[in-house]
Write a protein that binds this ligand. Structure first.
Ligand code: B12
Ligand code: SF4
Length: 475
C-alpha cells in the first residue's frame, strides 16, 4: 500500500515554535507511521526567499498533499505596546494636527504591511498550486477556523479549507488516530521530518496540556476555537514531552499553550499532577501560560513557583465588579486580590502584568477610579517596580458575545469584514464607545506621546488627572 506524501507548511508569522503543525505531524504519524512527511516552517525564511524555498521543497519532496497551517491574521493587537494601536489612537484622539499627520503616515505603513502579509500568504498558496498542480492543496489552523467565511472569497481556486484537524484524515485516506489530544511526540522522528528544528534550540517551546475552556467571557473566542468542554491530556504524556525537549534539544523555557491553565477548580488536580511530574524530574526550566488566579490555592501556587513560573500576566480587565460581571468573567475582584496574595505568599517575586480592558461595557468614571485603586493594591502586594498595568481595548472578534452585542446595538454593521485593514473598519472593531471613549482615547494618545516602553502607568496617571474635576476640561 502506498501512502500520500504530505508536505506541511507553516505560513509565515513572527518566529514562534510551530507547535500546531508539529502536533498535526505527530497526529499524521500516529494515524499511519508510514506516511512520508515533511514540515517546512516559512516563519524562519526571509520574505524574499519564501516562494523559492517552497517551490524547491515541493520539487525535491514531490508531495501528493500540501497542507498549510495558518496561525495569525490579526498581527496588530489592541494594547499599549502595539505600534499600530498607538498610531491609530494618536490619529483619532491627539489634538495636534502635525502629530495626527505623522501617525497617519506611519499608520499607512501598518495598513500596507498587514494587507501585504495577508496577500503574501494567499500568494504562497497559489505558488503551491502551481508547483504541484496534481497535489491536493489544503489550509487549516486557527486563522482558518476563525476567519473561514471572510477568507473564503480570497482563497485561490481549488485550495481546500480544513477548519478542523479531524477533517484532514479522510482527505488523505487514512483513519484518524483514536486520541487526537495525545500527540505522543517522538522528537527523533520530528527532527527527521523537520530539519529546521535547530532554529528553536534555545527558544521558548509550546506544549499543550489540555483543550477547551468552560467559561464564556464576553470577548473571548477560545471557547469557539477549542470547545467549552475541557479535554485533558494524561499528565505523564505532558511531562515526557517537556522532558524530551529539555534533554534532547536543551529547551529551558516553555509556554503551556492552553486557552486557560486554571479555568476552574476542576483543572487544579490536573495542573498539580503535571507540575508534580515536572518537579519530580528535577529539570531546571521556567514556564508561563494564560492563568486565572481567582481560585488559586497555596499548595498549587507554591508548586507553580517551585517549577519555574515566570512572567505572570493576569487578565483582570477591571477593578470594578459590575464591569467584570458584564464581561461574564466569573470571578470577583476580591477573589482576584486573594489570588495575587496567595501567589506572593508562595514566593513569587517575578514581574506581574495586569491586563486592563478600559471602557468595557458598563464602564463609568467611578469604575475607572476603582480600577486605578486595584492596580495600587496589586502593587502593594508585590512591591514597587514589579507590577505593570497593560492597557487593552476589547477587540471585537467573530464568534464572541461581544460581536453579538456590537451587532445588536448597531455599533457594528451586519456583514462587516473582520479582516478589513482600513482604519475606519478597524476602529469599529476596537471597542471604545462614547461617552468615555474620547477622554480615554486622549489619555492614551498623550501617554503614547510622552512615554517610552510600557505605557500603562502613564495612561492611568492621565486618567487620574482627567477624572479629577479640576482637570476634566483639558481632556
Ligand atoms: C498560546 C497563544 C499565544 C502565546 C504563544 C506562546 C508560545 N510560545 O507558543 C503568545 C502569548 C506568545 C501568543 C502571541 C500571539 N498570538 Co496567540 N494564541 C495562543 C493560543 C491561546 C493558543 C495557540 C496554541 O499554540 N495552541 C495549541 C496548538 C497545538 O494549537 P493550534 O496552533 O491551533 O494547532 C491546532 C489546530 O489549529 C490544527 N491545525 C494547525 N495547523 C493546521 C493545518 C491543517 C491543514 C489542519 C487541518 C489543522 C491544523 O491542529 C493543531 C493541533 O490540534 C491561541 C488561541 C487558541 N485558544 O487557540 C492564540 C492565537 C493563536 N494567537 C493569535 C494571535 C493573533 C497572536 C499574536 C499575533 C497577537 C499579537 N497581535 O501580538 C501574537 C504573536 C504570535 C507570534 N507568531 O509570535 C490568534 C491568531 C488568529 C488571529 N486572530 O489572527 C489566536 C487564535 C488568538 C485570537 N484571539 O484570535 N499567542
Ligand atoms: S478569557 Fe480565558 S477564562 Fe474567559 S473564556 Fe477565554 S480562555 Fe476562558
Amino acid at each position: 500500500m502506498t501512502y500520500p506524501r504530505v508536505l506541511l507548511v507553516r505560513l509565515p508569522c513572527r518566529k514562534i515554535y510551530p507547535i500546531g503543525p508539529v502536533y498535526v505531524a505527530a497526529a499524521l504519524r500516529q494515524a499511519e507511521p508510514l506516511i512520508p512527511l515533511r514540515l517546512l516552517d516559512l516563519a524562519l525564511i526571509g520574505p524574499a526567499a519564501r516562494k523559492r524555498f517552497l517551490t524547491e521543497t515541493i520539487r525535491l519532496f514531490r508531495p501528493d498533499v500540501v497542507a498549510f497551517s495558518w496561525r495569525d491574521v490579526q498581527v496588530f493587537s489592541p494594547q499599549d505596546m502595539d505600534g499600530a494601536m498607538r498610531d491609530a489612537f494618536t490619529f483619532f484622539y491627539d489634538p495636534s494636527f502635525s502629530r495626527k499627520a505623522r501617525a497617519a503616515a506611519s499608520g499607512l505603513f501598518h495598513i500596507f504591511s498587514y494587507r501585504n502579509a495577508l496577500a503574501a500568504n494567499l500568494s504562497l498558496l497559489r505558488t503551491a498550486r502551481k508547483a504541484a498542480p496534481s497535489a491536493l492543496v489544503a489550509v487549516g489552523g486557527p486563522s482558518i477556523r476563525i476567519f473561514e467565511e471572510p477568507l473564503r472569497r480570497h482563497m485561490p481556486d481549488k485550495v481546500r479549507m480544513v477548519p478542523d484537524l479531524e477533517q484532514l484524515f479522510p482527505l488523505l485516506g487514512v483513519p484518524a488516530p483514536e486520541n487526537l489530544l495525545e500527540p505522543m511526540l517522538d522528537l527523533a522522528a520530528l527532527e527527521r521530518i523537520f530539519p529546521q528544528w535547530t532554529a528553536y534550540r534555545s527558544e521558548e517551546i509550546g506544549v499543550q496540556t489540555k483543550k477547551g475552556c468552560p467559561h464564556n467571557c464576553l470577548y473571548c473566542l477560545y471557547g469557539f476555537l477549542e470547545g467549552r468542554q475541557v479535554r485533558r491530556r494524561g499528565p505523564g504524556g505532558v511531562v515526557s514531552e517537556v522532558e524530551a525537549y529539555h534533554t534532547r534539544w536543551g529547551a529551558r523555557r516553555f509556554w503551556f499553550t492552553d486557552a486557560q491553565l486554571l479555568s476552574d477548580a476542576s483543572d487544579e488536580n490536573h495542573l498539580h499532577e503535571v507540575l508534580d511530574g515536572i518537579a519530580a524530574t528535577g529539570l531546571d526550566l521556567s514556564w508561563s501560560g494564560y492563568i486565572r488566579i481567582d481560585k488559586l490555592k497555596a499548595p498549587l501556587a507554591r508548586l507553580m513557583v517551585r517549577t519555574g513560573l515566570r512572567d505572570v500576566e493576569i487578565a483582570l480587565n477591571s477593578g470594578a465588579q459590575p464591569v467584570l460581571d458584564g464581561l461574564r468573567m466569573g470571578f470577583s475582584v476580591d477573589e482576584a486580590m486573594e489570588g495575587f496574595r496567595v501567589l506572593r505568599s508562595a514566593g513569587y517575586t517575578g514581574r506581574v502584568k495586569v491586563d486592563l480592558s478600559l471602557n468595557s461595557p458598563g464602564e463609568t468614571t467611578e469604575t475607572l477610579k476603582e480600577t486605578m485603586k486595584v492596580v495600587d493594591r496589586v502593587r502593594a502586594i508585590f512591591g514597587p517596580g514589579l507590577v505593570t498595568p497593560v492597557i487593552f481595548f476589547l477587540a471585537v472578534q467573530p464568534h464572541t458575545g461581544l460581536e453579538k452585542k456590537a451587532l445588536e446595538d448597531g455599533s457594528l454593521r451586519k456583514g462587516y469584514d473582520p479582516i478589513s485593514v482600513w482604519p475606519w473598519d478597524v476602529r469599529t472593531l476596537i471597542y471604545n464607545p462614547p461617552p468615555l471613549g474620547r477622554m480615554i482615547g486622549r489619555c492614551c494618545a498623550d501617554a503614547f506621546r510622552r512615554s517610552e516602553g510600557e505605557r500603562g502607568d502613564a495612561v492611568l496617571a492621565n486618567l487620574g488627572a482627567a477624572l479629577s474635576d479640576k482637570e476634566r476640561r483639558r481632556w
